[in-house]
Every structure is written in structure tokens, then in C-alpha cells.
Design a protein around this ligand. Structure first.
Ligand code: AMP
Ligand code: MN
Ligand code: MN
Ligand code: MN
Length: 288
């Protein structure tokens, strides 16, 4: 494993808001040339054993993964965990608690959408849900597209489900400190996901990074499906400045919806960075 390794350490299956089952995603990752893979479903490790078994059967090294929703400074931040014990009680119990608010939130989203004439959104979204504990905005977005309210998922997020728009329900997710602690207690490394997406001011971003590191967080995504080339340059600098480990992942959700396929990120990490997988060698599951 080296800087040019085709690592894809961020993607989603039907266990959260992706459209492919863990086994199908594993096969697609392998076919697309992935040399080190992690499935990182939102707030859920229920797909880890399936993903690992499938990856190892295909001869593809595997790291456990998760993407945890965090409320920080009144905004939602995502923290990826890598290389943990997916059965560790701190992590499993913490994630179960953080998933619990999703059902009530979904019903409120549906009530809010009904006020603008969109009926049956809760029941509609449920038809797209693979894991009853993980109903997400993405499932509502798929329902709104297929019911003809919008032409694609990005239009849904522009018109609905985001702050100030119908169907948006503010939610309190896990704290940054708890999240990093769950990952570390389970033996993993915490990574700030897609930092370019938050729209933070430099002051807010500095606060996020320094608090994250004070809790023991060690990594940041530099090359991700949601970064532009300019973001990659910027966060290469950030990783160096703060001495953070660098991660790489497509954030693939679906062949129909995602811009970057699993394993098909065009950029590698700069040779000046320290890839997160270099500190996770003994956490990698190797094929027999
Ligand atoms: P939730 O965790 O229920 O708030 O849903 C968040 C998910 O919605 C993210 O993980 C993305 O998959 C998806 N999402 C958020 N914003 C957008 C967007 N602008 N376009 C497409 N998908 C989005
Ligand atoms: Mn998602
Ligand atoms: Mn995310
Ligand atoms: Mn993601």
C-alpha cells in the first residue's frame, strides 16, 4: 500500500442510502480496480461483515468503515471512521442511539411536504429504504423524482429538504467528541469527510479541525467525489498544515445518481501527503 494505491474508502450501500447491496458494490469496486476498499454507510455498521466477506472472496483488501452524522456549530458535519472493530459496544451502541431520531424526523419531513401539496412522502420514501433504521433524505429524494415532482435528485435538494425549503427538519446528530471517541475506542481512525462541502468560514473550519484533533481525530478527506480540483489543492495544503493523514473515497451512492463511480476517482493523493492507510496496515483485512 502506497500513495498511488487505488483506495476507495468512502461509499454507500442499501444498508444506508446507496442503491447497491454490499456484495454488488464489492464486485463493482473490484471490477473498477479498487485495491483497498471500505464501505462507509451512514450511522450504521450492519453491512460491515457482508462487505468484508464479499471483498475478501474477491481478493480485495478491506478496511471497516462508517460515516457518522455530527452536529457541529449548528451545522451537519460528516466524520468517517476507518479500521475499527465493527462489533465494539461503544461504537455499536453510539450508532444505534444516533439512528433513533430518524423515524420521527422522517414523519415530520413528510408532514412538511404535505403542506406544499406533496402527499404520502413518508410511505413513498419507505419503499426505497433498505434498512428500516436508516430512512434518509436521499430516500425522500428518490420518491420525489419517481413520483414526478422533480427531474433528478439534485433538483430535489435544491427545491426541497435543505435549510429554508419545504421538507427540511433540523435535527440534532451526534457530538463531535462522542463520535471521535466511539471510533477510537473501537480501535479505528477518525477522518473529516468532504471538508469542501460545508461552506464554513476559515474561522469555523479552523475550529472544526482543532477541536476534532483535540478529541484525537487524525485524518481528512482530500480526494473525494465531492471535491473540485481546487478543493483538492486547498485540502492538500490543509492536511500538510495540520499534519493530518489524508484519505481518498468516491462517496459513490448509485450508478444513476453519482458523478464518480466507485474506484474511478481521477486523482491520487499528492506524494507529499501521508495516506491514512499507512497507519492502518495492521487493521487491513487481507484475502487468504
Ligand atoms: P440525511 O443523513 O438523511 O440528512 O441525508 C443526507 C444525505 O443526503 C447525504 O448523505 C447525501 O447522500 C444526500 N444529499 C445531501 N445533499 C445532497 C445534494 N445536494 N445532492 C444529492 N444528494 C444530497
Ligand atoms: Mn448519503
Ligand atoms: Mn457525507
Ligand atoms: Mn458519504
Amino acid at each position: 500500500m502506497h500513495a498511488q494505491t487505488n483506495a476507495d474508502l468512502h461509499c454507500h450501500s442499501t444498508v444506508s442510502d446507496g442503491t447497491l447491496a454490499p456484495e454488488v458494490l464489492a464486485a463493482r469496486a473490484k471490477a473498477n480496480g479498487v485495491e483497498l476498499w471500505a464501505l462507509t454507510d451512514h450511522d450504521e455498521v450492519g453491512g460491515q461483515q457482508r462487505a468484508m466477506d464479499a471483498a475478501l472472496a474477491l481478493g480485495m483488501p478491506y478496511l471497516t468503515g462508517v460515516e457518522i452524522s455530527v452536529t457541529f456549530a449548528g451545522k451537519v458535519v460528516h466524520i468517517v471512521g476507518l479500521g475499527f472493530d465493527h462489533r465494539h459496544p461503544s461504537l455499536v451502541d453510539g450508532l444505534r442511539a444516533t439512528r433513533q431520531g430518524r423515524g420521527a424526523r422522517a414523519r415530520e419531513m413528510s408532514d412538511d411536504l404535505a403542506k406544499v401539496g406533496i402527499r404520502g412522502a413518508y410511505e413513498g420514501a419507505l419503499k426505497y429504504v433498505g434498512n428500516p433504521e436508516l430512512i434518509s433524505r436521499t430516500h425522500f429524494a428518490r420518491f420525489l423524482v419517481d413520483a414526478g415532482h422533480c427531474s433528478d435528485v439534485s433538483e430535489v435538494f435544491r427545491r426541497y429538504l435543505t435549510e429554508g425549503k419545504p421538507g427540511y427538519v433540523p435535527h440534532r446528530w451526534a457530538s463531535l467528541g462522542d463520535t471521535v471517541r466511539w471510533i477510537r475506542e473501537a480501535g479505528g481512525v477518525a477522518v473529516i469527510a468532504h471538508p469542501g462541502r460545508y461552506g464554513f468560514t476559515p474561522t469555523e473550519e479552523y475550529a472544526l479541525i482543532t477541536e476534532f484533533m483535540a478529541h484525537g481525530g487524525r485524518g481528512i478527506e482530500v480526494v473525494t467525489g465531492s471535491h473540485t480540483s481546487a478543493d483538492i489543492v486547498q485540502y492538500t495544503g490543509t492536511a500538510q498544515e495540520f499534519n493530518l493523514l489524508a484519505s481518498r473515497g468516491s462517496d459513490f451512492h448509485s450508478p444513476q445518481e453519482s458523478r464518480i463511480d466507485v474506484g474511478r476517482l481521477p486523482d491520487h493523493l499528492s506524494g507529499q501527503l501521508k495516506p491514512v492507510w499507512t497507519v492502518l496496515e495492521d487493521r487491513i483485512h487481507w484475502p487468504a
